[in-house]
Design a protein around this ligand. Structure first.
Ligand code: NAI
Length: 348
């Protein structure tokens, strides 16, 4: 791979390769930008088909963290780690400690936290050897709760821009995935009078939603084409392709899942059909907003100013409104506008 010239590299400030043969640790830490402050971004532990794909993932995810924190108005930069391997086989206390000692070396510029393949308990194990981690059980609390609150603020921007209304009452919303975030969104929307259509591979979650909210069940493979006002992907990424974009019947797609669009063309296809897309890293920033203030209290770090949590979460609505209005004015899909805005904020 020609790293410097690759599209994913995008002038990353620092990329570290860490290895510890004794425990089998092979990790990549990518730091995209510290223009707004020390970088933050979780650690993903999973097998990759090749080292190139692992590097690509780290670079892509760390840039996304730069964009997410910048658009959330945080004095925080973007970074991300990947540990290569099957966590079920490879993860051990010694490996997490070895990783933590490496993170400690770069702790002035980067702090890590949970992502796919890592639990709160794993983060606490890493925390035994370095203070440069966020998301422990004594920290800001479950980020999913704040992510759900942030998505509701974002949905209010969607209501105003696309539906010219300010109430959820009677609005039909399809929620794909009733996990930590999706369930929180369902509770809040139900309380605000919305009608819910839901899908989850876990039948017991769907049953609970039927009993608690009077939600209507939809097969998981058809939820994107449900006859609703808003489709909220809250499970996996990659749910909007050019094909599925043509099948969406909602007038807006807005949910917590990361990387909802498979390609830029998928976003263009939504926009061409008049369907409003809320860029995922703008609407799902509640988790990082809730955890970010703790990073400025880490040893040796300069104090930075953070808005109170509720204010920070509420700002998601204003930021999305700005994205939508600028996107309309400039004739670009919202995700393209959000990227331009994020790059302006990090001085690129
Ligand atoms: P989770 O793992 O608690 O929930 C995911 C839910 O989706 C589970 O109930 C699962 O059974 C369901 N699911 C899996 N495959 C499905 C399918 N094919 N169709 C329908 N349902 C399916 O995850 P969580 O934390 O709720 O996150 C949801 C999404 O939001 C993820 O994409 C995550 O990356 C993103 N996100 C989460 C944040 C957080 O604070 N937890 C922050 C930002 C983004």
């Amino acid at each position: 791979m020609n790293i410097w010239a690759s599209a994913e590299f995008d002038d990353h400030e620092q990329v570290c390769f860490f290895s510890h043969a004794e425990t089998g640790l092979r990790a990549i830490v990518a730091i995209h930008s510290t223009a707004r402050g020390p970088a933050a971004g979780g650690t993903r532990f999973k097998p990759y088909d090749s080292d190139d794909l692992a590097l690509d993932d780290a670079l892509r995810l760390s840039r996304a963290m730069s964009y997410k924190s910048a658009l959330a108005g945080l004095p925080v930069g973007g970074g991300k780690s990947v540990i290569i391997g099957d966590p079920a086989q490879l993860k051990s206390r010694d490996l997490l400690h070895a990783f933590g000692r490496y993170i400690d070396r770069i702790g002035q510029t980067y702090a890590t936290g949970e992502d796919v393949g890592m639990s709160v308990a794993d983060i606490e194990t890493i925390n035994e050897v370095t203070p440069y981690v966020g998301g422990t059980s004594t920290g800001a609390g479950d980020p999913a709760v704040h992510t759900a609150t942030g998505v509701i603020h974002g949905l209010r921007a969607v209501l105003e821009h696309q539906f010219d209304r300010d109430s959820f009452s009677g609005l039909k919303v399809a929620i794909q995935g009733l996990g930590a975030v999706g369930w929180g969104i369902a509770e809040r929307l139900d309380a605000a009078g919305a009608k819910l259509v839901v899908a989850d591979v876990r039948a017991e979650q769907v049953e609970r939603a039927r009993a608690q909210f009077g939600a209507v069940e939809c097969p998981t493979e058809r939820i994107h084409e449900a006859e609703v006002d808003i489709y909220a992907p809250c499970a996996l990424g990659g749910v909007i392709s050019e094909r599925t974009a043509a099948e969406v019947r909602a007038r807006a797609v807005a949910g917590s899942a990361n990387n909802q669009l498979t390609t830029p063309a998928a976003g263009i296809a939504l926009a061409a059909r008049g369907i409003l897309f809320a860029p995922d890293y703008v609407i799902n920033a509640g988790g990082i907003i809730s955890g970010a203030a703790a990073t400025s209290r880490m040893p040796g770090r300069a104090k930075a100013n953070f808005a109170p949590l509720e204010e920070g979460l509420a700002a998601i609505r204003e930021r999305l409104t700005e994205v939508f209005e600028r996107s309309t004015a400039e004739g670009r899909p919202p995700e393209a506008t959000a990227e331009v805005m994020a790059r302006e904020l990090i001085g690129r």
